[in-house]
Design a protein around this ligand. Sequence first.
Ligand SMILES: Nc1ncnc2c1ncn2[C@H]1C[C@H](O)[C@@H](COP(=O)(O)OP(=O)(O)OP(=O)(O)O)O1
Ligand SMILES: [Mg+2]
Length: 139
Amino acid sequence: MVVKAAGLVIYRKLAGRIEFLLLQASYPPHHWTPPKGHVDPGEDEWKAAIRETKEETNIAKEQLTIHEDCHETLYYEAKGKPKSVKYWLALLNNPDDVSLSHEHQNWKWCELEDAIKIADYAEMGNLFRKFAGWLSDHQ
Ligand SMILES: Nc1ncnc2c1ncn2[C@H]1C[C@H](O)[C@@H](COP(=O)(O)OP(=O)(O)OP(=O)(O)O)O1
Ligand SMILES: [Mg+2]
């Protein structure tokens, strides 16, 4: 059985530059990912992505423009089990402050190449490239 999770790749536009939000896990391996988490029973991935974003960053749906047409699912093994994570791309309308839950110890706004480096996992890097490409096609 695949463990399902979902999240939002949040970006902001500052002085014409696009920056993606990454959060650092407060537990090993202290990896960096966009806000995301497990889909609860009775919930779909869309709802889980929005709920987890609120829980992990305190950013609510109303502060975002979620690009419903821009999404991608990653598949990898986590704690010995196959996991899927569906991400949608979302603009933070105003670059408001982020406030973290106990699950994360740090956050960072990163331009594309920095985001790819910090996220580390190859498939996550490809996802950032795809989403950045989508953005340049939709400006
Ligand atoms: N894209 C990825 N590809 C491969 N491994 C990854 C990827 N992202 C994270 N991992 C690794 C890091 C951890 O060892 C493990 C679980 O991390 P992650 O999927 O972020 O779940 P999590 O349990 O830390 O948080 P969450 O509850 O938000 O899903 O998988
Ligand atoms: Mg999480």
